[in-house]
Structures are given as C-alpha cells and as structure tokens.
Design a protein around this ligand. Structure first.
Ligand SMILES: [Zn+2]
Length: 428
C-alpha cells in the first residue's frame, strides 16, 4: 500500500514537473558574455549579463554588476553581439504569386493554408524575426494563427495583422481567389469594421495598382478620395491605424492629407510626396527587396511569368530612387519585405537583404538596424514592450557574429533567437 502511494506521489511529481515545463512562465535564464548593441549609438555593453525571468528582461548590465539568480540556466554568448529581435512589417504568411506557385496552390483548402502559414511563421522566427505585421491574408487564418501563437499552440513571431486587405473592384488584388471586393465609401467602411471586429490591429487599403496583379497601373490613383477618407476615418475611430499599398504619388498625397499612417512600397513616390510624408510623420515600408536584383532567383524559382518580371523590372529603378529620396528626406522607415521573412535571397534571408539594401541606398548601419527594431516598434506603438533590450521589455533577443552598427551584413548570420524568454534557435 505504502509503495503504491509512493509511486503514485512520484508519478504525480513527474506529472507536475512536466506540466510546469510546458508553461514555464517562471524560468530564469542568464545570457552571459555577449556585447549588447546600443540603438542610440552610444557605446555597447561589453561582457554583458541579461537575466530573463519568464518572458521578460529582468536585468541587464555589465558582468559583476548584475546578480545571476541561483538555478538560472546560463547561455554563453561570448564573442556574439546581441540585438533586439528583428521586425518585418510587410508579410503575407499565405503569399501566393503568379505563375508556377499559383498553379500549385490552386484550390488550396483553408486548412492547408493555415498549416502553410504556420510553417512560414516558424521559419520567420528561425530567421531572427520575432515580430511581424501581416498586410493582407485570407480567411482569417492570420488571426487564428496569431491567437494560436499567443496561446503557445504554434511557434511564430508576435503578430500584428491587418486581416484581409481592402481592395476595390478591378483594383490591385481584386482578381485573387477568395478575396472580397469593395466599392464606394459605405462598403469600405463596413469592410474596415468587419476586419477590426475580427481582431485586425491595422487596416490595409490598396490605393494604386501593384506588381503582382493586373489591377490597374502602379502609379495610378485608383481609389477615390472620398473612399480613402471614409476608410481612414472609420479605422481611426477604433484606434486602428491604416496602411496603404501605393506606388502612386498622387494617391499617396491624397491619403496622407486624410491622415494615412503608413505607405507600403512607394514605387514611384516623388520628392514633394516624400516631403509631405515627413511633415505628417507618415511611415514608409519600402519592401525594396522585391524589385531589386537580389530577389531575381526567387522569382525564377517560383516560376513567375514574363509579364510579371517585366512589371517588376520597370518598377525597380523608380523604386530604388524613391527609397534613396525617402532616406535623404528623413521619412520614417520601418523594414518590410513583401516576401517571407526567411525567404532565401542572395545567400541570406529577405529580411537581412532588405536591411542591407537600406544601407546601400544611404542609411547608416545603425539607422537600418533601428528600422528593423525600435523604429518599427514605435510605428506599432509597441515600444514599451519590445524594440530594444531593456529591463521590463519582452526578452526578444537575437545574437549575431559581428557588430551590426558597423556592418549591417552581420544580420546575414543569425546565431541565437529568443522570443519571450524561450530559445528557438541556438547555433552558438
Ligand atoms: Zn504585399
């Protein structure tokens, strides 16, 4: 009897231990020996100790000044540089592009889509990207995945989603399978409210044509001013920000006047429009990597048709010039790729290559790093929770092998990824 009781207790203990491990909110980890990059451009913290309790940073400082709690698990990152988890602000986890890829995914079920998106989320995290903004996915699979990740049922970055993008009849994206189209201010307002009600934290509108669809010219203002105004007003009343797919200076200028928060791509933006964006504090998410040579092998791999490649090339030069001008004018820039964050590009990921392009276009490495971390957090109004390595913030930490404020190519090699205190990658 006594033996039975003992073994029962032992079993119970094992069971309790296992369940604690599964939802280990009290785990203490000390990341020791690394150099913590300062995003204000000040000297880094060398030989640092970061104590992580649960999902947040408890203390951070030079070794010796920080007490490592008894029983803390230690991760030795000697020789590595520590930065906040990267953020990518233009992602479609369920991305489908014209050509072979579209043919293969024809009639994809919603369940299959959700599983493909979960895989892409997992790979994004592996690439050091701990926060993403989704700028248009279908069937609310994005919102389901966001909830699953928050509950620990799936691995992936923190998700801020715009739900389904609001596209007008005949506009950019309107011919995509399974997508609802809108016409007139009333329908767009209803569309925005529907997305907000479902859990969207942003609203995305398509106000000009795009590369990937034949829905109107890239530089044309396709959505009417009253439609743009109505949808921005409707979203702002709920405290929800609005971002616009736009290649058009005219459409962008109108939308910025109505309080647009963010512009995606900006292929043909001119200096006056960029100056206006600077004045209004409007954000630009360049997604430069999609129109530049580094992504050419990607488009070959997915079997993009000739019309698509032509459209992409014709936008590429203007897009590059627009980015250079935006940097010169000091427009707020948040990093985004419009490819999967982990998509192979030029021997690295789309996210790392995008940041490298920013430096090639005129940013300092520190500015490029900020556009993938603290600036981005500021755009999301999440800077109290993430975006820097500071006490009280989420322990979203990435280790690289060089100082990225000296050489942005450091982002090409991600050694360690921690999100919310949990390690998802360790190549140290
Ligand atoms: Zn996109």
């Amino acid at each position: 009897m006594r033996n039975t009781w003992l073994s029962f207790s032992a079993l119970l203990l094992v069971f309790l231990a296992l369940s604690v491990q599964a939802v280990d909110t009290n785990a203490v980890t000390a990341i020791v020996g690394g150099t913590v990059v300062d995003l204000e451009g000040k000297a880094p913290i060398e030989n640092a100790v970061i104590v992580v309790e649960g999902e947040r940073i408890a203390t951070i400082g030079v070794a010796g000044s920080v007490e490592i709690p008894d029983g803390a698990e230690q991760i030795d990152v000697k020789g590595a540089w520590l930065i906040p988890g990267l953020m990518n602000m233009h992602v479609h986890l369920g991305l489908v592009l014209p050509g072979k890829m579209k043919a293969e995914l024809h009639n994809e079920s919603e369940a299959a889509l959700a599983l493909r998106m979960a895989m892409n989320a997992r790979e994004s995290l592996q690439a050091g990207v701990t926060t993403i903004r989704l700028t248009g996915d279908l069937h609310q699979a994005d919102l389901a995945l966001m909830r699953a990740i928050n509950k620990g049922q799936a691995d992936g970055p923190r998700i801020f989603s715009a739900g389904q993008a609001l596209t007008i009849v005949a506009g950019h994206g309107s011919k995509k399978e399974g997508r609802k189209k809108f016409s007139g201010p009333d329908e767009l307002v209803k569309g925005a409210r529907t997305q907000i009600s479902a859990g969207a934290k942003w609203i995305k509108i398509a106000i000009s044509g795009g590369i990937a669809t034949d829905g109107g010219g890239l530089a044309e203002a396709l959505m009417m001013p009253e439609e743009i105004q109505a949808v921005i007003d409707a979203a702002h009343r709920f405290g929800v920000k609005v971002t616009a797919h736009s290649g058009s200076p005219v459409a962008t200028s109108i939308a910025v006047d109505y309080g647009l928060d963010c512009v995606e791509h900006g292929y043909f933006l001119d200096r006056p429009t960029l100056k206006k964006m600077k004045e209004h504090g409007t954000w630009l998410v360049p997604t430069i990597v999609v129109s530049q040579p580094a992504s050419a092998p990607f488009f070959e791999r997915i079997g993009s048709p000739p019309w698509y490649l032509k459209r992409r090339d014709s936008a590429g030069k203007a897009h590059w010039k627009a980015l250079q001008m935006a940097i010169e004018e000091g427009v707020n820039i948040a990093l985004g790729t419009d490819q999967m964050p982990a998509e192979p590009n030029d021997g690295t990921t789309a996210t790392a290559r995008e940041a490298q392009y920013y430096v090639e276009a005129g940013m300092t490495p520190l500015q490029a790093l900020r556009s993938a971390t603290i600036e981005t957090a500021r755009m999301l109004e999440a800077e109290d929770e993430t975006g820097t390595l500071e006490q009280g913030k989420y322990a979203d930490i990435v280790a690289v092998d060089r100082d990225p404020t000296q050489d942005i190519k450091a982002l090409r090699n991600i050694l360690l990824v921690m999100k919310g205190g949990k390690v998802y990658r360790n190549k140290l």
